[in-house]
Design a protein around this ligand. Structure first.
Ligand SMILES: [Zn+2]
Length: 395
């Protein structure tokens, strides 16, 4: 058998860095053999400047919204953002497909090997079938109505079934959009369908979310009025949004909480307790560029780290980002939290993301037998990315 050999200044294996002239050895199709020192690696070694890492995992994207690049203004706040996306997302299907194709190719070039993708329709199936990227499809249900909950759920179940029939049955789940857009009755229907599955939910992306649940006041009422949504059924819980809805999601095996920009210590404590009670794994997905785009705020990353929360990264969509590149999310975190170690950031982008999407047997690290993709990150100074750092796919 012939081998491929990659040498770099450092190799990140999914958990830690290897220095001292490491060489990564794979078979011809990129299945990992081992990492050894160059003096033991023989001939035909390809030499690179920078860090070699397993491919990155993007845990949160909306491929369907790729045609919305530069459409929504930045800094408008979440409620205005949601109104703009809802009003401007209905483009001709041809334009949507073309934008998705470009987004998929861009993510591939940017070293992304797997994506957790939010779907409100089945329009992305054709692209995903041909893509070189692995997709987990989160069929995202939304509808803030108690009476119509069953009807709404059936509509999204049809989309779920369409994905299953297209061969995605093991990588598709039905998930709630957000606490303010899913009624308790719809939460319960989704929960019953979630046993053993991975789900995600947009969590505490704006402070208006907690205000809604605590006092039934605040900006979300502008959204409900705009779309003529009758919220008479809704009763405030006097708790944060997370502490109000999380008990309604106790059957999934893994939950990805997306954004967490306005999460508090008491919410983290509550989440740890629920994970213990129901044997769930909970992941905190950070999409800092989207948070800057919409709310101009960054999540409390140090607090999440101090609580040993499992962190993962996402780009969100082109409706709230300038590019689909996990390396740029890492740069933004590093620029705002200079004390976060590069090793931690790379773990979030690789092994943690793979574990969240339940693909850790193939992706996320350079353990023998995996085929996680190989990327090169350059222009590193003193164990920090620089503005010039880029990511490029080696395999
Ligand atoms: Zn999102």
């Amino acid at each position: 058998m012939s081998y491929k050999k990659y040498k770099a200044d450092k190799i990140f294996d999914g958990k830690q860095f290897h220095a001292n002239n490491p060489v990564l050895i794979t078979n011809e199709s990129g299945v990992i053999e081992t990492i050894i020192e160059d003096k033991d690696a023989g001939d035909d070694i390809q030499i690179f400047e920078g860090i070699i890492s397993p491919g990155f995992i993007n845990c949160h994207c909306h491929l369907e919204l790729s045609q919305m690049k530069n459409v929504v203004e930045t800094g408008s706040g979440l409620v205005d953002f949601l109104i703009q996306v809802t009003e401007k997302r209905n483009n001709p299907e041809e334009a949507i497909r073309y934008a998705m194709q470009l987004a998929d190719e861009e993510m591939y070039r940017n070293g992304i090997v797997a994506v957790g993708d939010i779907c409100n329709t089945a329009v992305s199936i054709a692209i995903k079938r041909q893509s070189k990227i692995y997709y987990h499809n989160f069929i995202e249900a939304l509808g803030f109505s108690q009476e119509r909950a069953t009807e709404i759920f059936e509509k999204f179940k049809d989309i779920y079934n369409t994905f299953c029939e297209a061969g995605f049955n093991n990588y598709t789940s039905i998930v709630p959009h957000a606490p303010y857009s899913v009624s308790p009755a719809l939460f319960m229907l989704i929960n019953h369908y979630s046993t053993g599955k991975i789900i995600s939910i947009h969590n505490q992306e704006t402070d208006a979310e907690d205000e809604l649940f605590q006092a039934n006041t605040g900006n979300f009422h502008i959204l409900y009025q705009q779309f003529h949504i009758n919220t008479d059924f809704f009763k405030p819980t006097n708790k944060s949004s997370l502490q109000s809805y999380l008990p309604l999601l106790n059957k999934a095996s893994k939950i990805l909480l997306i954004h967490n920009t306005f999460t508090h210590q008491s919410d983290i404590d509550f989440t740890i307790q629920q994970a213990k009670n129901y044997s769930q794994e909970i992941f905190w997905c950070l999409c800092p560029n989207a948070n800057f785009y919409i709310e101009k705020k960054i999540p409390p990353i140090q607090m999440l780290q101090q609580n040993n929360c499992q962190l993962v990264l996402g780009t969100d969509s082109y409706s709230s980002n300038w590019q689909l590149n996990i390396l740029d999310e890492i740069k933004t975190i590093q620029n705002n939290y200079t004390s976060v170690a590069l090793q931690d950031l790379f773990q979030w982008a690789t092994i943690n993301g793979a574990t969240a999407l339940d693909i850790q047997n193939k992706f996320g690290s350079f353990a023998k037998g995996k085929q996680p993709g190989i990327v090169l990150i350059d222009h590193i100074t003193d164990d920090k990315l620089t503005e010039q750092s880029t990511i490029k796919r080696l395999l």
